[in-house]
Design a protein around this ligand. Sequence first.
Ligand code: XMP
Length: 503
Amino acid sequence: DGLTIDELFDRTMGLTYNDFNIFPGYIDFPVHQVDLSTKLTRLINLKTPLISSPMDTVTESEMAIAMALHGGIGIIHANFATVEEQAAEVSKVKRYKQGFITNPQCIKPTDTVRDLMLIKAKYGFTGTPVTDTGVVGGKLLGLVTSRDVDFIQENRYAITTINDVMVPRERLIIGNESMTLQEAYTILENKKRGKLPIVDGNDCLISLIARTDLKKSRDFPLSSYDLKGQLMVGAAINTRENAKEAVKKLAEAGVDVLVIDSSQGASNYQIALLKWIKEKYPTYPQIVAGNVVTMRQAKFLIDAGADAIRVGMGSGSICITQEVMAVGRAQGTAVYQVARYARSRGVPIVADGGIRDVGYITKALSLGASTVMMGGLLAGTNEAPGEYFWGPSGVRLKKYRGMGSIDAMEAHVSSQERYLVESDAIKVAQGVTATMRDRGSIHKFVPYLYRGVQHGFQDIGVRSITELQEGVYGGKVKFERRSPNAQAEGGVHSLHSYDRQLY
Ligand code: XMP
């Protein structure tokens, strides 16, 4: 009963995740026993097979930190004005310590109490560090809390400077970089303080510890740590002139994995860069090359030393590559074909794009992907860059844009490099600009995805990704095609209206 994977992909037609179902098996274990640990690259293991995409509306340090805390990894996009800025995002992830706020909202001594009130209204903070530059990294000059401004009358807000009301540096209790959370907590408790600024050797502010955060600090048992105990992080690079410089700077910042970001990875540019990196950095950072959708493309990159292969062309939610370039492949077939080849070479693959819902993750893994990369699914979360805004129908939204959209290409040249654009005069868009609805915090959404995949595995009757793929490739786990009617039946149907709460 059912089709083996080779029968499913019988070469007559390209299939998407939506074109098939996996058959249920036999359940003899509880759902929490499903272990989703996997390989990101030849050398990097993760406990969660989920990656956030290097897109400027998806992954900067905040997203990367959250993804790594939950056992996945985030790839910092390359659309910054300078490589230094991108490397700084990598450093923020590397420096992250639970309970330490590494990007606290600061204020300048010459700002007024009115400015402070605006910050308070926007972020709800009660203790704001004062630095000479008004941002983290500047010299610490003081700290201003609600208590310092409570007695000031409202009509004096605009004429009272922070300098007049702050607790100056001499009277502050401060911590240094090597302090542990426990030590910080003890100080805050004993001295009855709410905030502890942390400075470096030059008295510059590097982070802030808040007593309220410490109280709610949590355990993240799946976290992705490197050998030094810091969170793991990736960064995207391109293949043009400054690529080698970028590799050096990102490697210095401690990046664990570089993703050569291209919509068509089988090129002499990418192969030359891959060889150069592998010669200079034989192990770390590890390199994910791509994107590809055929075995032949994958062979070029694996021969050149890729540590993992990223698969997908035109399957992303914001992509119009297949329509405009006439090139690409249905994502199910692409993952299956490339995985079949890459497995024989011992190279893990990343299934990139087209993940619309939890079940798509399970399907990508069943076809041989070791990890799954998502853009759109994560773009509506708190940790994605950008502010929420209210859409016309009263839905909270965030912007999400393709890296090949005109919007992104005009914002930064690195986006053009991903799509091999040669001149400013003629650009051909390969993506669109869109909005995503609010999906809440990664701290709820990723555990929801994780548990959802565990349930899928339990239904199939497998306890791990290895067991799933051995079952599939050994012919034990079976599939079935879905007719268009079956697809309609499998979705929500025949309702007047409905509401889908996710978790
Ligand atoms: P999802 O479906 O998760 O897809 O939103 C994210 C992936 O889509 C790719 N990407 C693009 N592809 N034009 C394209 O053809 C674009 O403008 C574009 N922007 C991103 C990318 O691989 C990403 O991970």
